[in-house]
Design a binder for this molecule. Structure first.
Ligand code: PHE
Length: 365
């Protein structure tokens, strides 16, 4: 066997043993690369005599064809084996149940806001909104709290820095400025609720610097306190899902309502929980202050451009967080806003059970 035939046999043997494409490529370069031994052999043809060339050329061409096709074959075989391995190891069993990843929950406050929106929608109320960064006029003045009004001191307001000329913005202390905005925007008649965040510089187990209110406002001809009482009763019966809701209306004072009524609801303690229902005067029962309300002060109607001789109305403001605590039995308001995942998983609502507005679908008590 000539030296070149030996090289060919050797290369073919190594090709059979090659286990990955890089090894095959190395053998190809060794033989057929620019510096390869077979390429060098091809070049010798040029310096041969015609007879020699006629004899040698077919042999060299054959060697070249042999190794080239052996290389192609081995490459194809390795690729096929690799594909087969992938198909074996990466096989998907589409009939296996999917793993259940972590699921978010609907926050009780969102849940309760949705419930309120649904209940009031049934009573013909639209949802209105207003800015959380408010000006003094909408938050106080137009609600009949002049600059020197003592009621302003009750509000522990967060103010922004003075913008000059005594003008400074504030974080709204209640949702009542939305009353003014709706009246100015749409005029009478009006039937809205306005849910949203409000801010007061206050913090303990039952107060957080940010909390949620829902404002209600009805303006029309001939509206009186009876409409207010009926609306609140109907709403609370639907919200707490019981017929034995008893309300007590107490005279109170708000600058923007006249007369003003504080509304209490009867409740009892059951297994350490306050459960709404029954008269607060009944055995084992008590009254709990639930919300502020009243007939819209005619000065407020005037500020908002509504004729108080033609239109009357009532307004109320209720704490959403308080409602959620009562209905679903939480006792520390601060936990609402800690963002503790365990609390959220425990008290949160599934987004996938029944329809709600914010989740699109879903509520599980
Ligand atoms: N804005 C009042 C508060 O935050 C509640 C209220 C609203 C009272 C509407 C009367 C009418 O305390």
């Amino acid at each position: 066997m000539t030296q070149n035939e030996q090289k060919l046999t050797d290369a073919l043997e190594r090709l059979q043993r090659a286990e990955d494409p890089a090894q095959v490529e190395a053998i190809r370069i060794e033989a057929l690369g620019k510096q390869g031994w077979l390429s060098a052999l091809m070049k010798t043809l040029g310096s041969m005599s015609p007879e020699e060339r006629t004899r040698e050329a077919p042999r060299i061409q054959e060697m070249r064809a042999t190794i080239a096709s052996a290389i192609d074959e081995r490459k194809a075989a390795l690729e096929a084996a690799a594909l087969e391995r992938r198909l074996q190891t990466e096989r998907l069993d589409l009939t296996l149940p999917a793993s259940d990843g972590p699921r978010g929950t609907v926050h009780p406050v969102s849940q309760v806001m949705d419930e309120l929106a649904e209940i009031f929608a049934d009573l013909g109320f639209a949802v209105a909104t207003g800015p959380e960064i408010e000006d003094d006029w909408h938050n106080f003045t137009a609600l009949n709290m002049a600059e020197t009004h003592p009621a302003r001191a009750m509000h522990d307001t967060f103010y922004f820095p003075d913008e000059g000329a005594g003008k400074r913005m504030l974080l709204r202390t209640h949702t009542s400025p939305v009353q003014i905005r709706s009246m100015m925007q749409n005029g009478a008649p009006i039937r809205i609720i306005a849910p949203g965040r409000v801010y007061r510089s206050d913090s303990d187990a039952t107060h957080t610097p940010m909390f949620h209110q829902v404002e209600g406002l009805v303006i029309d001809r001939g509206i009186h306190l009876g409409h207010l009482k009926w609306t609140l009763e109907t709403f609370l019966k639907a919200f707490f899902e019981r017929d034995d809701i008893v309300l007590r209306l107490r005279p109170s004072y708000f600058p923007f309502t006249e007369p003003s009524v504080e509304v209490d609801v009867g409740y009892s303690h059951q297994s350490g929980r306050r459960v709404v229902g029954g008269s607060g005067d009944a055995e084992g029962h008590d009254w709990m202050e639930l919300l502020g309300s009243g007939m819209v002060n005619r000065r407020v109607l005037e500020f908002a451009g509504v004729d108080p001789d033609e239109y009357q109305g009532f307004a109320f403001g209720v704490g959403v967080d308080r409602l959620a605590m009562l209905k679903y039995g939480m006792n520390d308001l601060r936990a609402f806003f800690d963002g503790d995942n365990r609390w959220l998983q425990h008290y949160g609502f599934s987004a996938f059970d029944q329809p709600t507005l914010s989740a699109g679908v879903g509520a599980r008590p």
